[in-house]
Design a protein around this ligand. Structure first.
Ligand SMILES: [Zn+2]
Length: 215
């Protein structure tokens, strides 16, 4: 009977103790005021801080907006215990105070905004994004420049508008204007030039014209 009452007493005590929660919350930021996203906040203890050890290993993670929340099961005797919050290798002291904090039922709320000393890292995602953007800009600029250069010639303008350039060329023999695809025939028929030589002459004429266009 005595053993039973002790058990009941223990159970009762245990349940009231477990009901108290100490909630540390706040925002984690870098010196430039940007928030620290998705970073772990871990509770650690100073060496030989035995009253702290039961909280060691507790922690939480900052969210998208840098907000975090750590819930610690607490008893009255934890008043004044010093714990450390570790974020990205930096340590922040916090002393548990049960009397000054806002109490809501059996929950205690302690606000602790954390400001890191380190500069924000350049995340691989944003580096990749930057590279991709730069590459895209370069390609776009290149296309723009080439298009611009092309638009400076009448032939290029026509090509840009989706029309093929006027296939007009100059006959290297009589200097007459003639459609390109007819030049070889013209050379053979009008000037009596052999077929193979006519082809070569036409090719030379076209490449000369292309050189003129490029300069
Ligand atoms: Zn001719």
């Amino acid at each position: 009977m005595r053993a039973l009452s002790v058990t009941i007493l223990l159970l009762f005590t245990a349940s009231t103790v477990a009901a108290d929660t100490y909630i540390i919350y706040g925002t984690v930021k870098y010196p430039n005021n940007t928030v620290v996203q998705y970073e772990e906040i871990e509770v650690q203890c100073e060496p030989h801080a035995y009253d702290c050890t039961k909280f060691s290993g507790e922690g939480g993670m900052s969210d998208f907006a840098g907000g975090y929340r750590i819930e610690l099961p607490i008893e009255d005797q934890d008043e004044g215990v010093s714990i450390q919050l570790v974020v990205r290798g930096e340590t922040f002291e916090h002393q548990i105070t049960l009397h000054d904090e806002i109490q809501d039922g059996s929950d205690y709320y302690a606000m602790l905004n954390i400001s890191l000393e380190q500069e924000p890292p350049i995340s691989p995602i944003s580096t990749g994004l930057l590279c991709g953007t730069l590459f895209f800009i370069l390609v776009f600029a290149n296309v723009l420049v080439r298009t611009g250069r092309q638009l400076m010639t009448p032939e290029g303008r026509q090509r840009f508008q989706g029309r093929s350039p006027m296939p007009i060329t100059t006959c290297p023999t009589c200097n007459g204007k003639i459609r390109r695809h007819l030049l070889v025939r013209h050379l053979i028929v009008e000037h009596g030039i052999p077929v193979d030589k006519a082809g070569a002459m036409a090719g030379l004429q076209f490449s000369d014209e292309r050189k003129d266009l490029d300069t």
